[in-house]
Design a protein around this ligand. Sequence first.
Ligand SMILES: Nc1ncnc2c1ncn2[C@@H]1O[C@H](COP(=O)(O)OP(=O)(O)OP(=O)(O)O)[C@@H](O)[C@H]1O
Ligand SMILES: [Mg+2]
Length: 294
Amino acid sequence: MIECEGLVKIYKTDDLEVVALQGLNLSVQDGELMAIIGNSGSGKSTLLNILGGLDRPSAGSVKVGPWDLLQVTDDQLVKYKRDTVGFIWQNNARNLLPYLSALENVEMPMMLSGKVDRPYAKQLLDWVGLKERMHNKLHQLSGGEQQRVAIAISLSNRPQMLLADEPTGSVDSRTSDLIMDIFRRLNRELGLTIVIVTHDLSLAGKVDRVVAIRDGLTSTEFLRRNPNLDDESAFGAGGLQEVHEAYAVVDRAGRLQVPKEYLSALGISNKASMEFDGERIIITKPKPLEGEQA
Ligand SMILES: Nc1ncnc2c1ncn2[C@@H]1O[C@H](COP(=O)(O)OP(=O)(O)OP(=O)(O)O)[C@@H](O)[C@H]1O
Ligand SMILES: [Mg+2]
């Protein structure tokens, strides 16, 4: 469904350039439910905005289904956003219109695309557990309820892919579980491809695959140890370490990113020695050259 290769995004502001993504690789299968984690400023929202067609990549390749997001025209991009993607923003105020009811909020994007399907809008609100509150204005709903309205809105165009940026960022853990359950049902029952950006590791423990971004590059991939354990019991408070196996990501050119902590622990700055003993690759600090200070 998603194929990014060497994806680069550079933001230019006045005379400053920020390289937010510096050659990122990522593949996501059709029907996958996965999470992206990473520190603040690592490029998560940048990636999601590009995948959602809200922002343009600077270089590299990024394909979603039949769409080449580097090549598309502005008109095609509008169609792509309307037909293919559902988006839940990091700040849900961007999704919602406070002076309208929950139902009107879900119908708004349908109105913009020319066809309001009220029964479907109601069904979506029922789906996210807001059947009883659909005629309430947004400001009469709690933060967690508003976030669920945002999920219903993101589905109003029947997208193939859902992109959620910190969907549980400002709700308590019970609501966060509820939201996660909604995602899992959408994934299973509608076959929706879902990419969730989060810094919540317990949430990341509830999906099959987690990709960590570090400095604008995918660095580590966490895969579920036992993918067959798919029932509720497998989704305890376990979190990332307990549930998943971690792998360093190796790109096509054979590059892999070594965590900064490892390098600084060994005092490796810009050069390392690498040895292959037939089974393992061993990275060490280079020995000082003859006559050089250690
Ligand atoms: N519109 C912009 N103009 C200039 N720089 C930007 C812009 N948007 C993001 N950046 C920069 O790009 C980098 C990546 O930002 P991004 O928003 O993708 O991070 P993030 O991983 O989503 O962080 P957070 O977890 O805090 O949401 C940061 O250094 C940020 O300052
Ligand atoms: Mg962000």
